[in-house]
Design a protein around this ligand. Structure first.
Ligand SMILES: NC(=O)c1ccc[n+]([C@@H]2O[C@H](COP(=O)([O-])OP(=O)(O)OC[C@H]3O[C@@H](n4cnc5c(N)ncnc54)[C@H](O)[C@@H]3O)[C@@H](O)[C@H]2O)c1
Length: 332
C-alpha cells in the first residue's frame, strides 16, 4: 500500500472524534468518506466548512441497516469505526439501544470489510473505551494505576444499565480480534481516555464549567472536586488514532490513548477561572462520595513504545482553545 493518498471511511465521522479526525486527514489530501445518521452529532458550521472540501463526502445513513453499507461503496484503504452511543445519560435512558446500535454496527462493519471492501492490505480500527475495564474496580475494588491494556474486561452488574456501554465495547473488542484472525485482515483497537476539545457536545465537564463561569454562578458548584482525571486534547488524540492506524507494528494490538498527567478537578476549574478572568466569591465544593472512582489514569507507555506517540498539548493551551470555541458557539 504505497499510494500517497488513501481512501478512508470514518463511521460516526460527524461526531466529536470523527470530525477532528476527518479534518486532519482531509488536510493531508486523503479522500474522506464520513458515514453518520446524526443520532448525536449536528450539521453545524464546522461540519459544513469541512464538507466544502472536494475530498470530503458525507453519507447520511443508519449503519445498523444492511442497505447503508451498499451506499458507501468499497475499496477503502483505512476504515475508522467510531460509531457508538456515547454519553452517560443514554447508558441509563436507552441501554437496549446502546447495545443494539453498538453490536449491530460492529458486526455490519466487520462483515462488509472482509466480504465486500475488497482492498488488499486494508486496515480497520475500533474505538473501544476505558468503560470496558472500569467494571473491575466495582467488582474487585481495585485496578492497577496507571492501568495497562491487559487488565480483565469486566461487567460489574448486568442489571445496572450503565454497563450497557462497557458491555458492547467488550463484545466489540472480541469481535474485532476474532474476526480479524478468522478472516486474516489487519486491525487495531484503541481505548480513548478523557478526550476534550472544541465541538465535543455540551454534556461534558469542560463545556458545563464554561457555561457556569460565563453565567457567573454563585455559589459556584465544584462536583467531584477531589477526583483526578487525565485530559487529552483532541488534536493529540486524533494524531494518536491516525498513528496507530498507519503503523504496521500495531496490527492486532490494543492501545490506550491518553496522557499520563493526572489533574485534580478542583485545579482544572481554577485554571478555567484564570483563563476566563472571573473567580466566584463563594463555592459549593462537592467532593466525590465514598467509594466512587477517585482516580482514573491510563498507562500510555505501550503506544509510546510501539509508535513513539505521546501527547504534546499542555492542559492550559488546550483549555484556551476549547473555551474560545465554546464562547463562540454557545449552547442553543
Ligand atoms: N470522546 C471520548 O473521550 C471517548 C472515550 C471513550 C470511547 N469513545 C468512543 O469513541 C467513539 C467516538 O466517540 P465520540 O466522542 O466522537 O462520540 P460521538 O457521539 O460524538 O460520535 C459518535 C457518532 O456516531 C453516530 N452514530 C450513532 N449511531 C449511528 C448509526 N446507527 N449510524 C450512523 N452513525 C451513528 C452519532 O451520530 C455520532 O456522530 C465512540 O464509539 C465512543 O464510544 C470516545
Amino acid at each position: 500500500m504505497n499510494q500517497k493518498y488513501k481512501k478512508i471511511l470514518i463511521t460516526g465521522g460527524a461526531g466529536f472524534i470523527g470530525y477532528h479526525l476527518a479534518k486532519r486527514l482531509a488536510q493531508e489530501g486523503h479522500e474522506i468518506v464520513i458515514a453518520d445518521n446524526f443520532f448525536r452529532s449536528v450539521h453545524d458550521a464546522d461540519l459544513a466548512s469541512l464538507l466544502e472540501q472536494k475530498n470530503v463526502t458525507l453519507f447520511e445513513v443508519d449503519l445498523t441497516q444492511g442497505e447503508a453499507w451498499d451506499k458507501i461503496g468499497i475499496g477503502y484503504d483505512f476504515v475508522y469505526h467510531l460509531v457508538g452511543i456515547n454519553g452517560t445519560k443514554f447508558f441509563y435512558d436507552i441501554p437496549h439501544e446502546v447495545l443494539r446500535i453498538g453490536v449491530s454496527t460492529t458486526m455490519n462493519v466487520l462483515d462488509w470489510f472482509h466480504k465486500k471492501n475488497g482492498k488488499p492490505n486494508a486496515k480497520i480500527l475500533y474505538t473501544s473505551s476505558n468503560e470496558a475495564y472500569a467494571g473491575a474496580l466495582e467488582a474487585f475494588g481495585k485496578l492497577p494505576l496507571p492501568t495497562p491494556e491487559n487488565v480483565p474486561l469486566i461487567i460489574a452488574d448486568t442489571y445496572n444499565p450503565r454497563w450497557s456501554y462497557g458491555g458492547q465495547k467488550l463484545i466489540g473488542e472480541l469481535f474485532f480480534i476474532h474476526y480479524s484472525k478468522a478472516y486474516n485482515f489487519r486491525m487495531s483497537i484503541v481505548r480513548p481516555h478523557n478526550f476534550y476539545g472544541p465541538r465535543a457536545g455540551y454534556q461534558h465537564v469542560i463545556p458545563e464549567i464554561v457555561g457556569r463561569i460565563k453565567d457567573k454562578v454563585e455559589p459556584f458548584p465544584m462536583f467531584g472536586a477531589d477526583e483526578t482525571r487525565s485530559f487529552c486534547y483532541i488534536d493529540d488524540a486524533v494524531e494518536a488514532i491516525q498513528t496507530v492506524m498507519e503503523s504496521e507494528k500495531t496490527d492486532g494490538g490494543t492501545y490506550h490513548i491518553g496522557t499520563h498527567k493526572e489533574t485534580v478537578i478542583k485545579e482544572l476549574i481554577e485554571k478555567m477561572f484564570e483563563i476566563m478572568r472571573w473567580t466566584p466569591s463563594k463555592f459549593d465544593i462537592k467532593n466525590s462520595p465514598e467509594g466512587s472512582v477517585k482516580r482514573r489514569l491510563a498507562d500510555v507507555s505501550k503506544i509510546k513504545m510501539d509508535t513513539g506517540w505521546e501527547a504534546k498539548t499542555e492542559l492550559e493551551d488546550g483549555l484556551k482553545k476549547t473555551i474560545d470555541w465554546y464562547l463562540a458557539n454557545p449552547k442553543k
